[in-house]
Design a protein around this ligand. Structure first.
Ligand SMILES: NC(=O)c1ccc[n+]([C@@H]2O[C@H](COP(=O)([O-])OP(=O)(O)OC[C@H]3O[C@@H](n4cnc5c(N)ncnc54)[C@H](OP(=O)(O)O)[C@@H]3O)[C@@H](O)[C@H]2O)c1
Length: 285
């Protein structure tokens, strides 16, 4: 039975992934900062092949403690899912906010990978799944810090995939578009006074609303993609998922970065959204 370790299982994609793996022939180690505070996770933990463990990926001591406790397990699959979001202009967000995002979304994943690679390398087998985002493949206004963490995670993972291939360790990036999860209610930093950037705030709210009501998907689709990756004979380095993510990255690449920059000068909302409609072929907000 393969052993899969997943971070950030209290809600959203992490919970759906733990559940999905638990349906197969896997021993699931589902971790969360406070496993007992999530009723659905506690219930999942009652299954024979699910073990709940406490883990804060920002805290090296917590990571060390987990691996000490898991001494008897060799991890076959690591899913780095734990992540935080939040928005705000670069001008008005605090450095501490940027550090929290980087500490969780980038260093959190790195800490976990450094723990599992030695055993995977010596066994010449393993899979590492890093949950990145479409925001690691194209920029979004007022999400600079979040994008920076996901671009960083992508650079790390792509380089590692090459480095670890000789040891039969497969690495992938799951790059979701909008997924309906509690992350949107957690909003780690939304500066109160964003008046000079309010036009982007309004557009972001319109696009997120459209994503959550029409264009996005539920976390189960993302979870299934991860389970499939572990066994497929044809693993990919990137999984942009669902259609909204594919379109967002395709359109960005098709029109190019200079177009993206000059789009930032369109101050009229109707002109902005009608330009987008021409490019996408449907309303994005
Ligand atoms: N939802 C989307 O539209 C979307 C799109 C693209 C990518 N993603 C990525 O998908 C991943 C999961 O997000 P989600 O949408 O499922 O959001 P979510 O429901 O908020 O789940 C995030 C999980 O990460 C955990 N977490 C946060 N900080 C942590 C830390 N320091 N140590 C351990 N766990 C921590 C949270 O735990 P607590 O309950 O303790 O806070 C929660 O379990 C993230 O990496 C996110 O960037 C999401």
């Amino acid at each position: 039975m393969k052993v899969v370790l997943i971070t950030g299982c209290s809600t959203g994609i992490g919970f759906a992934t733990a559940k999905q793996f638990s349906l197969g022939d896997y021993q699931v180690i589902a971790t969360a900062r406070s496993p007992k505070s999530s009723d659905e996770l506690v219930e999942l933990g009652e299954k024979e092949n699910v073990l709940l463990k406490e883990l804060d990926v920002c805290d090296q001591e917590s990571v060390d403690k987990l691996f000490d406790e898991l001494n008897n397990f060799e991890i076959d699959v690591l899913v780095n899912n734990a992540g935080v979001g939040g928005s705000g202009s670069v001008e008005n967000t605090e450095i501490e906010f940027a550090k929290l995002l980087m500490e969780t979304n980038y260093f959190g994943a790195l800490r976990m990978m450094k723990k599992v690679i030695p055993s995977m390398r010596s066994r010449r087998s393993g899979a590492i799944i890093n949950v990145s985002s479409q925001a690691g493949r194209r920029p979004f206004a007022l999400m600079s810090h979040y994008c920076a963490t996901k671009y960083a995670l992508n650079g790390l993972s792509e380089s590692m995939a090459h480095e670890l291939a000789q040891f039969n360790i497969r690495v992938t990036l799951i790059e979701p578009g909008t997924v309906i999860t509690p992350i949107f209610g957690k909003g780690n930093s939304i500066p109160e006074d964003e008046k000079d950037y309010s036009i982007f705030q309004g557009r972001m709210i319109r696009q997120v609303t459209k994503g959550l009501t029409e264009l996005g998907c539920g976390p189960d689709i993302i979870a299934k993609c991860m389970v499939d990756f572990v066994t497929t004979k044809d693993p990919k380095l990137h999984y942009l998922i669902d259609k909204d993510a594919v379109d967002n990255v395709d359109i960005y690449n098709k029109y190019g970065p200079e177009t993206w920059v000059s789009d930032g000068k369109i101050l009229d909302d109707e002109e902005f959204f009608s330009t987008m409609k021409d490019r996408y072929g449907y309303e994005i907000g």
